[in-house]
Design a protein around this ligand. Sequence first.
Ligand SMILES: Cc1cc2nc3c(=O)[nH]c(=O)nc-3n(C[C@H](O)[C@H](O)[C@H](O)COP(=O)(O)OP(=O)(O)OC[C@H]3O[C@@H](n4cnc5c(N)ncnc54)[C@H](O)[C@@H]3O)c2cc1C
Length: 317
Amino acid sequence: MTTFLAFGEARDGELRNLSFETIAAAKQIDENAEVVGVVLADQNTENLANDMIQYGADRAVVVEHDDLKEYTSDAYTQAAMAVIEEEDPDGIVMGHTSAGKDLSPRLANKLDSGLVSDITNVDGGEFVRPIYSGKAFEKKTVKDGLTFVTIRPNNIPPFEKDENRSGDVNTLEVDIKDIRTIIKDVVRKASEGVDLSEANIIVAGGRGVKSEEGFEPLYELADELGAAVGASRGACDAGYCDYSLQIGQTGKVVTPDLYIAVGISGAIQHLAGMSNSKVIVAINKDAEANIFNVADYGIVGDLFDVVPKLTEEIKAL
Ligand SMILES: Cc1cc2nc3c(=O)[nH]c(=O)nc-3n(C[C@H](O)[C@H](O)[C@H](O)COP(=O)(O)OP(=O)(O)OC[C@H]3O[C@@H](n4cnc5c(N)ncnc54)[C@H](O)[C@@H]3O)c2cc1C
């Protein structure tokens, strides 16, 4: 039987959704594989390991260490390598997140392995990944050696949680040393509300919102929908919102079920971050705006009229 490691990602003592997507992805790659959930964290690892199992992992391996509180390349590489050496897996799946993007090539290099990064789908043994900022897709296969992939968050649906599932949890002691980076403090700018990169619904504002206050109707709509608020670079550059909200080529890449673009023209660099969203709604007063070329539904109108009306309608539902 083959063994796949599915790396979870913990933040503040909880697992991000993406952790459970890695388990489903591993099973999609090889339905007969034994999937081992991996948790690297500074606290609560036993519970997190059980979460991995309840979301479909067959068993779990954890490393709990104070140096794993925040992501650092040195500490996480050492912890992950210890797990990989212990398990000698046939495959590894991790998230294509900020941490995963840093960690996966380091590990691939140490393992002398290939790496298929940022996949959005597993299609009969082939890995589908967007290229050229989402304008095309390529398919890759791994012919021999370790199957090592990173998955784009929010594309591969996780299994339902089954609270009756149980499995072994193995705790590895790892002597983490020679750390060259110390994180003294983390200031999270967009800590309120739903995490943008994992949100199922995003309401994004562009330069059309005209001011910081202009974002208010978008926050009200987002509250009603349980959505995260994002932005174009135009809105960030104009100082209407923080750069942590920026979506696009030089911002976050998102694939929510529903993306509502408000007062965003649809520049190619913005589309690079959101055009793979499942349903796109555009609100823009210019009927010729490029965003309508990628939108499934378009509303031509003044956002300051349309957005509050939409919020009222959703409240009424
Ligand atoms: C190297 C590089 C990287 C970049 N990376 C990114 C990136 O990651 N993300 C990104 O977004 N951009 C990026 N850009 C910038 C990008 O080219 C555009 O300049 C930017 O996306 C424009 O933002 P916008 O659509 O909000 O503004 P605009 O292009 O100014 O569009 C504003 C829109 O609002 C509409 N509007 C105005 N008032 C109203 C109203 N009252 N009601 C309804 N609609 C209204 C207008 O019709 C217009 O379509 C990058 C550019 C470069 C060169």
